[in-house]
Design a protein around this ligand. Structure first.
Ligand code: AMP
Length: 659
């Protein structure tokens, strides 16, 4: 068969099945078959790159990173909605509609998806561009990121000259939880909520990252359809569904049924895969919408109902303490079950000791619990009138409930932490950190393998890694002989790492990658660092008092000393290979920009650091020099704006060469 024909055929099959899988949730093809066809298409496209079009299913994985987003002017503005807060205000709205339009007005009632509004533009049935809402008139072109959303069709069955739809991009709750769990294991900062996560992901300059975030969309409005006529909003939604969009759940109802539907949506909100922050009530007739028009800000034909936070009393049965992977003790109230905002609440976080003390929450108390939407339930206050006799103020335990080590309150906050270096609660995180790319860089040792090693009892601390044997590792699930051997080899390789990677890998609080480098270079050996006093540490640029205390405390603990001794025995390198050549750049901060021809960035950075200087990623008033290579961009401009001296590569080389 002609390859062009086969490419088109493969695209049609893959698009159809993507639609069945992602939108209808009813795949008719196995993942394996899908992958094989996708592979065939990739191979054909690789052989005939001129045939690649942006709407090909192979182009969804995320292309090259962008420099920035370009503005996109919305042909039909993306209006915002007027809020209403109770049934009275809903009735006022429907009464207004009855007065203007007569007694038979129909409404569409829909969940208000808590995400980000976008417009998607199609020409001749092909997705061409998409943009965020921005201020409603001008948004940002985020086409590349939208392409990664599998439930956005790239081609439509009907090829209208032009079609623009509006929808809400969101991150499904389940995806949000999965990604956050992974981030926690990797010690990365957690995303606050699905909405923020979706917003951050859609505005990623690197579409590959956006693709990993598995965003989704609910389409809720037809903005424009050239060559089509519709009478009703509900008809447009049905049409969009026929064009392979995921259509927002909606019901068409009379005024007297609207409030009941709003309440039902609130009650069953957990059945949607996405968060909602209200319900939207819209006049269904499109000609009526035109008659009504808009105010300066809102359409007059719709309102958004915002659910109030629900409050109910519950009894505190117990207060339990959990130890997070960073060692923080988090108290939690165990409550008698109460139904709030569509979920059954059985516990509430108590944050920390200060929070408990301030509200004086005690075991046995009756408290008022509040939950607004997806927000974590919180205790508003104690009902002191109902306090039983004999309760006592609650105090967090002085020892870790998991490992029994003493706990300690953070200098700089309200958090109380377990000090045990081998506390099982912290072990997973510590080991994952130890093996991470910027630490000991043990290839293949990610969070899930760490978990397996710990669960199987093979590893209890980082030193145990170095006595692992391939046959034992090969016994683990999903591990074969070959991968076990690879792991052992990667662990062995890590013994030769520079001291700075080991210091960082130990996971001492406050000691990041940069501080670890400075310490390694300054002391040269781990022994010298262990012998350093707090004063000697604070004398170093970049090491403050808190950091110095964290270091001395960590290194003086018997568990840490034992760990270090065992690492040494295993042959892990404890000296710095990068020695301080001299101090000519002491106190100076360099920024490197553009392409250097003599060195790569890392080498240039090492040469600056070996001479006592620092390298920063951004230009500020604190920058001493900017070294500008070929094709230097915004950093060079910033340096000129701030009057920071700019060095050519030759000038920099001379500074290095001179005595
Ligand atoms: P607000 O931002 O509070 O003015 O509310 C309006 C926003 O709600 C719109 O910009 C949409 O992004 C969003 N929205 C979510 N779901 C819907 C829906 N079913 N109908 C209309 N707007 C919706």
């Amino acid at each position: 068969m002609d390859y062009r024909k086969r490419i088109q055929e493969l695209r049609d099959i893959l698009n159809e099945n993507g639609y069945r899988y992602y939108v209808l949730d009813a795949p008719t093809m196995s993942d394996y078959e899908y992958d094989m066809l996708n592979r065939e298409l990739e191979e054909l496209e690789a052989a005939h790159p001129e045939e690649i079009t942006p709407d090909s299913p192979t182009q969804r994985v995320g292309g090259k990173p962008l420099q920035g987003f370009t503005p996109y002017t919305h042909e039909v503005p993306l209006e915002s909605l007027q809020d209403v807060f109770d049934d009275q205000e809903v009735r006022e709205f429907t009464d207004r509609m009855t007065q203007t339009l007569g007694p038979d007005v129909e409404y569409s009632v829909e969940p208000k998806v808590d995400g980000l509004s976008v417009a998607l533009e199609y020409r001749d049935g092909v997705f061409v561009r998409g943009a965020t809402r921005g201020d409603g008139r001008v948004g940002e072109d985020v086409t590349e990121n939208l392409r990664t959303i599998r439930s956005i069709p790239m081609v439509l069955p009907e090829k209208l000259p032009r079609l623009i739809v509006r929808g809400e991009v969101y991150m499904a709750r389940s995806v949000f939880e999965e990604i956050n769990a992974q981030r926690e294991l990797e010690g990365k900062p957690l995303m606050a909520n699905p909405r923020n996560a979706a917003a951050g992901s859609l505005r990623q300059l690197d579409p590959k990252i956006a693709a990993q975030r598995r965003l989704d969309i609910q389409v809720f409005n037809l903005q424009l359809a050239e060559g089509k006529d519709f009478r009703l909003h509900s008809e447009t939604l049905e049409y969009l569904a026929s064009q392979h969009f995921r259509m927002i759940p909606h019901k068409t109802l009379r005024a007297d049924e609207v409030q009941k539907e709003i309440d039902r949506i609130n009650d069953q909100r957990m059945e949607y895969p996405f968060d909602i922050d209200g319900a939207v009530v819209k006049v269904n007739s499109l000609s009526d919408r035109e008659t009504l028009g808009s105010t300066a800000k809102f359409p007059k034909w719709a309102v958004a109902f915002k659910y109030p936070p629900e409050k109910k009393p519950a009894k505190v049965l117990d207060i339990v303490v959990q130890v997070g992977r960073t060692g923080v003790l988090t108290p939690k109230a165990v409550l008698t079950p109460v139904r709030l905002a569509g979920t059954t609440v059985t516990n509430a976080t108590l944050h920390n000791q200060d929070y408990i003390t301030q509200k004086d929450i005690r075991i046995g108390d009756t408290v008022i619990v509040q939950k607004a939407g997806e927000i974590i339930p919180e205790i508003l206050e104690v009902d002191f009138k109902q306090r039983p006799e004999g309760t006592v103020p609650y105090v967090l335990p002085q020892t870790c409930p998991v490992c029994g080590a003493p706990v300690e309150r953070d200098e700089d906050g309200a958090a109380v932490r377990c000090t045990g270096a081998e506390c099982p609660a912290q072990l997973l995180r510590n080991l994952t950190h130890f093996a991470g790319r910027d630490a000991m860089d043990i290839d293949g040792l990610g969070p899930s393998l760490v978990e397996q090693l710990v669960d199987s009892g093979l590893v209890r601390n980082a030193a145990d890694l170095y006595s692992l044997r391939a046959p034992d590792v090969a016994q683990l699930e999903r591990m074969g002989e070959k991968s076990a051997e690879n792991l052992i080899a990667a662990i062995a390789r890590s013994k030769d790492n520079d001291l700075s990677k080991l210091i960082y890998g130990l996971g001492i609080r406050q000691v990041g990658e940069k501080a670890a480098k400075v310490l390694a270079m300054h002391f040269g050996t781990l022994d010298a660092l262990m012998a350093a006093t707090a004063e000697e540490l604070t004398a170093i640029d970049d090491v403050g008092e808190i950091t110095a205390r964290c270091i001395t405390e960590y290194l003086s603990q018997p568990q840490s000393q034992d760990l270090i001794a065992r690492l040494r025995e295993a042959g892990v390198n404890m000296t710095s290979q990068a020695e301080l050549v001299d101090q000519r750049f002491a106190g100076m901060t360099f920024v490197l920009t553009g392409t250097l021809t003599n060195w790569d960035r890392k080498a240039a950075q090492a040469m600056i650091e070996e001479r006592g200087g620092k390298v920063s990623g951004s230009v500020s008033k604190k920058t001493t020099y900017v070294v500008a290579g070929e094709a230097a961009g915004s950093k060079l401009k910033k340096a000129q704006e701030l009057n920071i001296p700019v060095l050519t590569e030759e000038a920099f080389a001379q500074m290095l060469a001179s005595d």
